[in-house]
Ligand binder design. Structure first.
Ligand SMILES: Cc1cc2nc3c(=O)[nH]c(=O)nc-3n(C[C@H](O)[C@H](O)[C@H](O)COP(=O)(O)OP(=O)(O)OC[C@H]3O[C@@H](n4cnc5c(N)ncnc54)[C@H](O)[C@@H]3O)c2cc1C
Length: 498
């Protein structure tokens, strides 16, 4: 997108920060600086976006912390960073009333339909006003890519480019009293609502996580990655900073390349680096087929019938299914905004496979809970785990086996389900097998202190397996699988991808 009809230089340039609130490795800032005219650094907090179904107050809080971090830094060097709460069109409309010519520059956003529709509308609006809106590619993602043949080559090329350091000292800030008054009345204010015990946003915090990960925590990365408790420390925990753009992926990538050179944990660095690539591989999938926010990736699954059992849906959302690892994961997620990859996959598998509930309902609930909600990873991952691509390995996670393997002593389950604190392993993983006498002995009354399971796991597993494989064999699914592979997958990729 982007249009320019005028020949005259603008009076000022608006650097519009979207999901990229940072001052390092920011191509829109570099572009604006090169034009040599005064700049207005602006973040617009849009009520319509943050009130929509995939966003939550916990996201707002994290974004606000990122804004504050940038503001504090710039104000310290005599600069300005405006953050206003408004619909985007109202801001740009107001700027038009000041009788000064402006251009806008931003990074492309690979977002949900609500932000994509806003961008389409805005593109027409700018064209109509004959104003330039320059959109610069987001990281290693390319708009309109037809297939993945050169994805890796391009991506590695982008990641190894030298990052430009911006110097803000000599920058000319666009100052205007009318604008200042208008913006002061609409300031994006501190978000003071309850958000749980979540990570704090901002570049400084991202750096803290990076440092501690590369210096110490990475030593246990691969040992921890699948474990719900250990992963909280053993994984990088960078996802929220990357999702909201408080640090760039390229900065993280280049930093790890330096740190890995003399590290005794080279293998862990390699695993970490490949996940950074997966990140954009997934975002590129979403860019190529953004309808996956609403429709199955593989069109052969369009007529799938979900159970739509409200009691089951609520029990899953509230961590009251009676299946301990599922409930512990959900409770931990709702409180802290974080869960490791395997447990996210298991939550989705339980919901879509065992309960046969809709991946869309899962996507909505989880996106609100995940502090790191990133549409480009979220939707393809949810559909992949639900088995709606028609191309990936079908995986139905057995929650009892997952608990045995990844929480063998039950610390995680006991922490999040105190009612089961006295139940020993292995009964802890299947509390429904406790006798009346054991319930008295272990101080838990099933159905009262902790629910009985809402389904029979064995029966539901068999039904899910038959259903999934039955659908996989359908002509419509097989027919669309070729297109999915061609458009969304790396050439010659093996069928297993996680
Ligand atoms: C159903 C489901 C939904 C998910 N939704 C999101 C989401 O909304 N936002 C999000 O950032 N991640 C999502 N993930 C991917 C993954 O679970 C998280 O990125 C990871 O757990 C974040 O923890 P970390 O930063 O400590 O990861 P690390 O293991 O330290 O990895 C470093 C970075 O690599 C990227 N990454 C890691 N694993 C994956 C993966 N499997 N696919 C793509 N990128 C990956 C992330 O950016 C992550 O921050 C989802 C996974 C599943 C199964």
């Amino acid at each position: 997108m982007g249009c320019y009809y005028g020949v005259k230089s603008p009076d000022f340039i608006v650097v519009w920060f979207k999901r990229d609130i940072r001052l390092t490795d920011h191509a829109a800032i570099s572009w604006a600086i090169k034009q040599g005219v005064p700049v207005l650094f602006l973040y617009i907090h849009e009520p319509s976006v943050f009130k929509s179904v995939h966003y939550s107050v916990r996201h707002e809080r994290f974004v606000w912390e990122g804004v504050k971090d940038v503001q504090d830094y710039l104000e310290g060097i005599g600069g300005r960073f405006y953050a206003v709460e408004s619909e985007v069109i109202d801001v740009f409309n107001y700027l038009c009333t000041l009788n000064q010519l402006y251009w806008v520059v931003s990074l492309e956003e690979i977002g949900v339909e609500i932000t994509y529709a806003r961008d389409r509308m805005l593109n027409d609006w700018f064209a109509d006003k004959e104003l330039l809106w320059a959109e610069i590619p987001y990281s290693g993602i390319r708009r309109g890519l037809k297939n993945r043949k050169d994805f890796n080559t391009y991506w590695y090329g982008y990641m190894s480019q030298i990052i430009e350091n911006h110097s803000f000292d000599k920058l000319s800030w666009w100052l205007n009293e009318d604008w200042d008054n208008w913006a002061q009345q609409r300031l994006f204010k501190e978000v003071n609502r309850e958000v749980g015990i979540v990570q704090s946003g901002g570049y400084k915090n991202a750096q803290r996580y990076l440092n501690s990960f590369f210096q110490r925590r990475i030593a246990r990365y691969m040992q921890s990655i699948s474990k719900p408790e250990l992963a909280r420390v053993g994984c990088s925990r960078l996802s929220a900073y990357l999702a909201w753009g408080h640090i760039s992926l390229r900065e993280v990538y280049q930093w790890q390349a330096i740190e890995s050179k003399n590290s005794p944990w080279k293998r862990n660095f390699t695993q970490f680096a490949s996940r950074l690539r997966w990140r954009e591989h997934f975002i590129q999938k979403f860019e190529s087929q953004c309808s996956m926010e609403f429709l199955p990736i593989n069109s052969g699954y369009r007529n799938w019938q979900f159970n739509n059992n409200e009691l089951h849906i609520t029990a899953w959302k509230e961590g009251r299914t009676g299946v301990p690892l599922v409930d512990a994961c959900m409770r931990s997620l709702v409180t802290t905004g974080y869960l490791n990859f395997r447990m996210r996959a298991m939550l989705v598998s339980f919901f879509t496979h065992y309960l046969n509930e809709s991946w869309e309902v899962a996507a909505e609930h989880l996106s609100k809970q995940f502090l790191d909600f990133e549409p480009g990873i979220h939707f393809p991952q949810i559909q992949m785990q639900a088995g709606f691509t028609g191309t990936n390995t079908l995986r139905i996670y057995n929650p009892t086996k997952q608990a045995e393997d990844h929480d063998p002593e039950g610390f995680f389950i006991k922490h999040w389900i105190p009612a089961l604190a006295h139940v020993p392993v292995p009964k802890l993983f299947e509390p429904w097998t406790l006798t009346q006498a054991e319930q008295i002995w272990y101080n838990v009354q099933l159905g009262l202190d902790y629910p009985l399971p809402i389904i029979d796991l064995k029966t539901s597993y068999t039904e899910a397996k038959d259903r999934l494989w039955g659908w996989r064999k359908k002509k419509e699914v097989q027919e669309d699988s070729g297109r999915v592979l061609e458009r969304l997958s790396l050439p010659k990729r093996k069928r297993k991808e996680i």
